[in-house]
Design a binder for this molecule. Structure first.
Ligand code: ADP
Length: 161
């Protein structure tokens, strides 16, 4: 059984993330979408809320699970029996950091590889921060977010003023 892990902050999950998730779920028998602790960011949603939003989005995909983890990514992979880390690449600007992370992770555990999926051209401009900015100004979010979570994102953004 081929198991993969797709890590990120997902604050919140966007259609760009979802596109990567669906494609990866066709390649692997099981995909764990994991909300990692990222001390550099000041998140809008708690990690539990982010996991909940992902779960609602992938409810019809039996081989996808969403969880949170605050440990080392490769340790999480080992616990799950995963041998592949999936990452989405939007543009060259994503590359430097992702490449560095991939090398670091392989150094820690050579048995775990990173697989990069090229973003769909429909979503290369899309990030969680762009979506949060759009939500503030009342833009139509149907092109950016899974439908089932749009209302929650708007409510949260507005509540934070
Ligand atoms: P963000 O940059 O939106 O905060 P995350 O930290 O949640 O993203 O990213 C998790 C993973 O998803 C990373 O591999 C990132 O490159 C990828 N990703 C984010 N947005 C997109 C998108 N629109 N298309 C493809 N991959 C994406």
């Amino acid at each position: 059984m081929k198991i993969a892990v797709y890590p990120g902050s997902f604050d919140p999950i966007t259609l760009g993330h979802l596109n990567i998730i669906k494609r990866a779920s066709r390649i692997f028998d099981k995909l764990y979408v994991v909300v990692m602790k990222n001390s550099d960011k000041n998140p809008l949603f708690t990690r539990e809320e982010r996991v909940e939003l992902i779960r609602r989005t992938v409810v019809n995909f039996p081989n996808i699970e969403a969880e949170t983890s605050d440990g080392l990514l490769v340790k999480y992979c080992r616990e799950k029996g995963a041998t592949v880390i999936v990452k989405g690449l939007r543009a060259v600007s994503d590359f430097d950091w992702e490449f560095q992370m991939a090398l670091a992770n392989r150094k820690i555990d050579p048995a775990i590889d990173t697989l990069f999926l090229a973003s769909s051209e429909k979503y290369t401009y899309l990030s969680s921060s762009v979506v949060k900015e759009m939500a503030k100004y009342g833009a139509d979010l149907r092109e950016f977010l899974p439908r089932e979570i749009i209302d929650d994102i708007i409510a949260k953004v507005l509540s934070k003023g």
